[in-house]
Design a protein around this ligand. Structure first.
Ligand SMILES: Nc1ncnc2c1ncn2[C@@H]1O[C@H](COP(=O)(O)OP(=O)(O)OP(=O)(O)O)[C@@H](O)[C@H]1O
Length: 257
């Protein structure tokens, strides 16, 4: 695949913070519409990779392209972080409207965007009057507001309770299938990786390199989440990826921790 066709293209990318090499070298090509999950142990460089793709960091060596161009920070990708980072002085609807306005778009899609993430009736509330799960839904609606082809998510459900987390995973899976956005999603959770990903990349301990790059060809259509999780292929993928994560987290003897 040429760079022009890929939604995200990383070529021999390394990134160092001072004398700490956090990532690389990593080469990855992400086709449009793929749901790529980056999984690996704490500190292996997952967030750094995402920040490179978002354009918040520049690679120390190598090239990062999104849609065939160098990424511009704050442009070209919707971003969702572990904390929803909403504006507390705005209403729920106001937060989404702000994203539309910032992009120079009309604000008449606020209700539609909120409905798309299951928030039909809270547009008028302040962000502190809704639950943590609802706040994260608002953050997703805000990231989807602008018609970016790329959605970058950094452990967006890590701070939520297990049930809310599962509900949001299901909703994100539906939203990503409906909108056809290319997603790059960072997590520690092997189950989340298998449930969401059409492709899972396991990173080694720092400096993060690709330890495993796996297509997840689960038959998702028409299956309820519990049915999907109950498939023998699902359990096999969980086991394979879990094993790879544990192996990859082992720092080789002689390497600095
Ligand atoms: N701004 C920074 N300055 C110096 N070192 C940094 C900086 N940001 C990250 N690092 C280091 O780079 C390495 C990779 O960090 P990064 O946050 O990308 O990992 P991660 O896999 O996302 O971790 P976690 O899962 O714990 O969030 C870590 O060793 C971290 O301490």
């Amino acid at each position: 695949m040429s760079s022009a066709d890929a939604a995200v293209e990383l070529e021999n990318v390394e990134h160092s913070y001072g004398d700490v090499t956090a990532v690389g070298p990593v080469s990855l090509s992400v086709p449009a519409g793929e749901f790529l999950v980056l999984v690996g142990a704490s500190g292996c460089g997952k967030s750094t990779l995402l920040r490179l793709i978002a354009g918040f960091e520049q690679p120390t060596t190598g090239t990062v392209l999104t849609g065939g161009h160098a990424p511009q920070p704050g442009r070209g990708a919707g971003l969702v972080f572990q904390q929803p980072r909403l504006f507390p002085w705005k209403t729920v609807g106001g937060n989404v409207a702000l994203a539309l306005r910032y992009a120079g778009l009309p604000t008449d899609r606020v209700d539609e965007l909120l409905a798309g993430v299951g928030l039909h009736d809270v547009a008028h509330r302040r962000t502190w009057q809704i639950s943590g799960g609802q706040q994260q839904r608002v953050a997703i609606a805000r990231a989807l507001a602008v018609d970016n082809p790329l959605l970058l998510l950094d452990e967006p459900f890590a701070a939520l309770d297990a049930l809310t987390r599962e509900r949001l995973q299901e909703d994100l899976r539906r939203v990503s299938a409906r909108t056809g956005r290319t997603c790059v999603f960072v997590t520690h959770s092997v189950d989340e990786a298998v449930f969401l990903g059409s492709r899972v990349v396991v990173l080694t301990a720092r400096p993060g390199q690709v330890a495993l790059d796996l297509k997840v060809g689960l038959p998702r259509d028409g299956l309820a989440p519990d049915e999907l999780r109950g498939l023998p292929e699902y359990a096999a993928l969980r086991s394979q990826i879990g094993h790879a994560v544990r192996e990859a987290a082992t720092v080789p003897e002689g390497a600095s921790a």
